[in-house]
Design a binder for this molecule. Sequence first.
Ligand code: SF4
Length: 584
Amino acid sequence: MPSGYHGSYLRIDVSSGRAERVPLSDTVLRHYIGGSGLGARLLLDEGGATADPLSPEAPLVFAFSPLVGSPLTTSAKFAVVARSPLTGRFNDSLASSGFALAGKRCGCDAIVIVGCVPTWSVLVVDDGEIRLEPAGDVLGDPCHVAEEKLRARLGADYRIASIGPAGERGVRYATISHDGRHAGRGGSGAVLGSKHVKAIAVRGTQRCDWAHPRKLTELSRDLSKRSFGPATAKYRELGTATNLLTFNRFGALPTRNFQSGTFEEAASLAPEQLSVAHARTRASCVACTIGCEHIYALPSTALTEGEPRRGVRLEYESMFALGSLCGVGDGDAVLRASRRCDELGIDTISAGGTIAFAMECVERGLLDEPWLTFGSGDAVLKAIDLIGRRDGVGRMLAEGSRRAAEVIGQGSIAFAPQVKGLEIPGYEPRALQTMALGFAVGARGADHNRSGAYEVDFSDKVDRRHATLDSVRHAIDTEDKAALMDSLILCKFLRGVFTDFHAEAADMLQAVTGWDVTADELRETARRIVASKRQVNLLAGWTPDEDTLPERFLDAPLPGDAAALLTRERLQELVAEYHRQRGW
Ligand code: SF4
């Protein structure tokens, strides 16, 4: 067995309360590495591509990686992999922090959960031994409250991943959270909830050795040093939300359900402005030297009676989805909405996308909810609460924008902001057309973390408003690179730090595992991992007409930017060329 691995995964059937250790061959580990790659392989092996995502048979995979536990900066991450209840397609979502370290110390490279417990339970994995405990005292609690209570009950050395009330109620875009970080997209929280597991608590003592410890220490020191450089400065100084004004300037900030690419109140949502009126602290995931998290305190004047004073993590995607996409320019309202999503355990992008879609339906007279209007922060908060409770119109919105459009009908699917059912993140496809291709072909639907093609759009490699067939290879490159980073696992905010990512990644993997791995081998590994995600989708019923964008984005220019026009014919050519170059 290579260093950096335990050589097996823990398969837990919560129906019977039994666990078994399933060996992982060296070949599987070398071919899929860990994280998203290993998760995709295990999902296929466990029959997860065809099982109903919310059925007891559906496997939910927590995959670690050989780098977890090493001194390499940003490597304390885990991937949650399942068939998505929102899209019905492959889903992987990643989160950071101590859960990855403690989970791997349980002596396994992944934990696979199947089955369903008759009554709500907490799954405890103690150094590889498992047991189920009653969850009655934490049911209905937000994740951070459940974590606190469970650590008080079980011991401070446990690390706990849990679902909020939304996951308990099967909201199709519910998250799994740990220490304020979220495996956010695609509804893995609903999958865990369908098994009646409120939380997973892990602790362990089993550490892996490293093949070349001295070399690993040198590589780690060098990477940490470079992570303080200019490539990460903007994340350290203002966090991901620093992009908001740039996107607005480029006409690429989705506004009022993608009816515009500029938002007249963008400045009031930008961290530059919010920093003036709010106290701000910086934080980072465990084992990270970058520290991109910026936590804002809400002024007491912005709080209602009894509202908690906890700070709010400010992320670009939350500010866009709950702000400009819903036409809300009140920064405090957006921070409160973001915090409410965290408390309920729902993905801010899908929540904002679905609410913005409903607001446009109201505007067009297709939905009779007169309070749900663009620009109202109170309406966004109310909608989030209804979604979390699956109450009133929240019952429909908890299903996501695609299913809501099917209920509302009247052609509304044309402007439901989703691909394969996953709500589109904060990148206007008509103004960023390499990204548009990345959205259309993405295995888990529209997502910026699985295709980093927006980086190409902001470079001089392409004309961002006029994609050509040359754009396709760039989209493939960024998708492959993302798949590799998500499998190693390393944080994407490191990507600008590398001069030759594949060669450096091969060095790191060699130091950890002892494999004579090369840059070329890793390029092939990345392609294999992307292909395995597609394999899940093929088995799950994927059809070629899914690789597209909603009607709204095709054949008409982005309002206010006549040059930002993507024709249906052009997108079809790009998608066909993507499939040709993939060899699919
Ligand atoms: S850069 Fe940010 S998201 Fe990445 S590991 Fe560090 S704190 Fe976490």
